[in-house]
Design a protein around this ligand. Structure first.
Ligand code: DP6
Length: 330
């Protein structure tokens, strides 16, 4: 047992092509709509979990500094599940480092919770189990369920009460050489986090019901386009899913507006590159002001150049489909 009390796991961030926004079961953190994502290289989080009898409480060190109480409480919730699964009563030290700039405009919570679930189970001596760890990660943060798997991944909508809901892989990273160009448009953390933002949208937006009704067909389009490697089909459905989600949030009271002027400038530039220059590029944006452009590898240099030169863009970063959790690191 002693030898298996430490484990290090690597997981990657992901970007949703079909968006998750809203919950069908808040207690179990089940999504109200299906979502489809790409797991992204090289946006890596590396997490070590060490169960230690000398510890009086769980400790969480994030990027070299002690994490805030709220963040540590979310980690303890995951550790409690692993302690119940394994019968191990020890407290743990969790050390997590993002190998990509957290100001890159891509959430590290998905990679962070995916790595934590896999590392905590491995450290407790439990066997690797993608589906179980995806369900655990989903309970912590739904988008994290998708980061357990590599390549192209779907998280179905949850039927209330379904504690086992997990993501499923649609195709490996090698399926399609796509690229995501991130156009960073602002510094700092987002004003309203996803969990609070979607709760507020559900309670106050008159468009929430319409969003939940429309989302499955958009996800089906993304899925079909992905499997057929049909970029315009994926791109069109992805943009509509993105803008429907944001429109729904904007109609909340008070309005939830994640876009900034530079966000709109990049969206307009991407449309122009498509319509005037004939490039295969489509946009998406999460609960923040940054834009992520989806394109084929053959166009990535030109698109990166164009977006870097767009007014309000602070920097760009290119990501590509990558693997799921890597467990044998220690
Ligand atoms: C806009 O997974 O961060 O990025 O389950 O409440 O932790 P919680 O939410 P989270 O939401 C992600 C929302 C999104 C779209 C997506 O990734 O599908």
């Amino acid at each position: 047992m002693t030898s298996s009390r430490t484990a290090t796991v690597r997981a990657r961030a992901n970007i949703a092509l079909a968006k998750y926004w809203g919950k069908s079961d808040v207690g179990l953190n089940l999504p109200a709509v299906p979502s489809i994502s790409i797991t992204l290289d090289p946006l890596i989080t590396e997490t070590t979990v060490r169960f230690d009898e000398a510890l009086a409480a769980d400790r969480f060190v994030l990027d070299g500094a002690a994490a805030r109480e709220k963040e540590t409480a979310r980690v303890t919730k995951v550790l409690d599940v692993v302690r119940a699964q394994s019968g191990l009563g020890l407290r743990a030290e969790v050390t997590s480092a993002n190998r990509f700039p957290t100001a890159a405009g891509l959430a590290s919570s998905a990679s962070g919770f995916a790595a934590l679930c896999a590392a905590a189970r491995a450290a407790a001596g439990l066997a690797a189990d993608d589906a179980l760890e995806s369900a655990m990660a989903r309970q912590a943060s739904a988008s994290a369920a998708r980061s357990i798997y590599g390549g192209f991944v779907e998280l179905p909508a949850g039927v209330p009460g379904d504690a086992k809901l997990a993501a499923t892989p649609l195709a490996p990273a090698s399926h399609w050489p796509l690229r995501i160009v991130v156009a960073v448009t602002a510094e700092g953390r987002k004003a309203v986090g996803s969990t609070d933002g979607m709760g507020h949208t559900e309670r106050t937006s008159p468009y929430y019901r319409s969003w939940v009704e429309a989302a499955p067909a958009l996800a089906a389009e993304v899925r079909a386009g992905l499997l057929a490697r049909d970029l315009p089909r994926v791109g069109r459905a992805m943009e509509q899913s993105t803008l429907a989600m944001h429109a729904c949030a904007m109609a909340a009271g008070p309005a939830l507006i994640y876009f900034r002027p530079a966000t709109l400038a990049v969206l307009a530039r991407i449309r122009e590159l498509r319509e005037t220059d004939g490039l295969g590029v489509w946009a998406t944006a999460d609960a923040g002001p940054h834009v992520k452009a989806l394109c084929h590898v053959s166009d990535v240099e030109r698109i990166t150049r164009e977006l870097a030169a767009t007014e309000g863009v602070l920097r760009t970063l290119v990501a590509e489909p990558g693997p799921g959790v890597e467990r044998q690191l220690s």
